[in-house]
Unconditional design. Structure first.
Length: 463
RNA sequence: UCCCCGAUAGCUCAGUCGGUAGAGCAACUGACUGUUAAUCAGUGGGUCGCAGGUUCAAGUCCUGCUCGGGGAGCCA
């Protein structure tokens, strides 16, 4: 097949000199045939742009079999193009069909709606938009690793299967090997002691608790792994399976944690500006309706994030010159409309809200001196909302146990989590960033189902 | 799960007061051209989401269901 010998379209287009007898392997995007000359544009996924092929139709009767979508193998000479829109093109010497493509191919030579493409998610990677997105996603995943590796963090693997039901981050998907038609029962309840693990187990909703164990051993760690939430959420920013990045740092307080968050977000934006120009220009031109995506990324890199305490945020909202559907008072959970007002209207930039009331945050967050608020931080960005949630963890064993009692939580199944507070406990902090939400923000793509190749949502696990 | 909106050709949509179906793009055929989302001319293409109901007559009105979109809650 000449896999190793072929020239990728990306490399052909970046060539500095002409080359004889190059091999191109790819899919036809469009064909233009006239009596004396014919053009094919071929794309192999290596880059957004197509490579133009030129030939005399009389010498290539196989042209009749070539449609949009056909996969082809080409041998020809790479020469500078006589046409205006591209520097290089290939004068074809040999052309063969690898796989034909009947004309009922769903991807037409025209723009399609994101909604339609979502229904054919197995084919949409072949479109310009999803080619750009999937290459961007790969590059950003690499940038995530690069950021942490450069700073001496260790990449850790936390379990996908978990037995802790107290992670508290949402509904969980149960896993079992039971024959669901005859589940063993005891005293009217499912007898999980007969199940594979001898207890009830689920897919993880967060690697944080385990990450804390590793952080209190090897210092600075991060996870980057799939996460599962069984919430019946039907919104443009929720999926049941998504990828989350969760750093955890020993000997680190909330203020230091926030510096890592800000540096991380800025790093990803700077990385995209430096290394993903083609993708960012595409998003700016075709995806972001206000055409300000590049400018937004540049602003993030330049400007300081806003920091406001929950209590101050409430005051700002109370003074706001506009009505909210949900009334504002200290102690409420901030609603979407409140978060949007803060980040989009009041501060007009990414915002960190800190020190939330303990009652609306998780049990493991460190109690402040006031006894009412905890060392939590949510990062809000325009258009997407919450993109990062983090906190300083409660490292004082007695305080943590007291808090769990308040919440009627049993400590039995989570003794292992308490143990790191028993022996050599240290202040530590961390956060979780939704990878897809970050991709949404950076690309301007407004539905999370369009930044992951195969989205899982209530009622839909196709492909 | 709740609220709102929608479902008509392959895609995006129009369809008036209820009277038996339209456009653009795509596809196909032909012509022409170093073209480039080519251009020009022509052709084919419909169980109007599904199931009921009202009516002489339903794409159009009513009910239920399914699916999709926007918003809310939950959160990353």
């Amino acid at each position: 097949m000449h896999y190793f010998e072929r020239l990728k379209v990306k490399d052909a287009l970046m060539s500095t000199v002409g080359q004889e007898d190059v091999i191109i392997l790819g899919w036809v995007r469009t064909k233009r045939v006239s009596k004396n000359i014919a053009f094919i544009e071929v794309n192999d996924g290596s880059t957004l742009s197509n490579l133009q092929l030129v030939m005399e139709p009389d010498n290539f009767p196989v042209l009749d079999e070539i449609n949009t979508g056909t996969s082809i193998k080409v041998v020809g000479d790479l020469v500078s193009s006589q046409g205006g829109k591209q520097a290089w093109e290939v004068v074809v010497k040999k052309l063969e069909v690898v796989g034909d493509c009947p004309t009922d191919y769903p991807l037409q030579k025209k723009r399609h709606s994101m909604e339609f493409l979502r229904e054919i998610a197995h084919l949409r990677p072949r479109t310009n938009t999803y080619g750009v997105l999937n290459r961007f996603r790969s590059k950003l995943a690499y940038a995530v690793h690069q950021f942490y590796q450069e700073r001496g963090f260790y990449y850790i693997h936390t379990p996908i299967i978990t037995a802790s039901d107290c992670e508290g981050a949402g509904e969980m998907f149960r896993i079992t090997t039971f024959d669901l038609d005859k589940v063993p029962m005891i005293d009217g309840h499912v007898d999980f002691s007969q199940d594979f693990f001898g207890q009830e187990t689920s897919l993880t909703v967060s690697g944080q608790l385990e990450a804390e164990l590793l952080a209190t051993a090897i210092g600075d760690v991060y996870t980057f792994s799939p996460t599962f939430r069984a919430e019946n959420s039907n919104t443009s920013r929720h999926v049941a399976e998504f990828w989350m990045i969760e750093p955890e740092m020993a000997f680190c307080d909330l203020e230091e944690n926030m510096k890592v968050i800000e540096a991380f977000l800025k790093y990803l934006c700077q990385y995209a500006l430096d290394n993903c120009q083609e993708e960012m220009e595409f998003f700016n031109k075709w995806v972001d309706q206000s055409h300000t995506r590049i400018q937004t990324m540049e602003n993030i890199v330049k400007s300081e994030f806003g920091i406001v305490s929950y209590t101050e945020a409430i005051k700002i909202l109370e003074k706001a010159d506009r009505k909210f559907d949900f009334s504002v008072e200290w102690g409420i959970d901030l609603q979407s409309e409140h978060e949007r007002y803060l980040t989009e209207d009041h501060f007009k930039r990414p915002m960190m809200v800190i020190d939330y009331p303990k009652d609306i945050k998780a049990f493991y967050m460190r109690m402040n001196e006031d006894g009412k608020t905890v060392r939590a931080v949510d990062v809000l960005v325009p258009q997407v909302g919450e993109i990062v949630g983090g906190s300083q963890r409660e490292e004082r064993l007695d305080v943590l146990i007291e808090r769990m009692k308040e919440l009627n939580m049993t400590t039995e199944e989570i003794e292992w989590y308490l143990d790191i507070r028993r022996w050599g406990s240290v202040p530590h902090s961390g956060f979780g960033m939704g990878f897809e939400r970050m991709l949404m923000y950076m690309s301007g793509i407004s539905n999370i189902r369009d930044v992951i190749p195969f989205p899982r949502t209530p009622g839909n696990a196709k492909f």
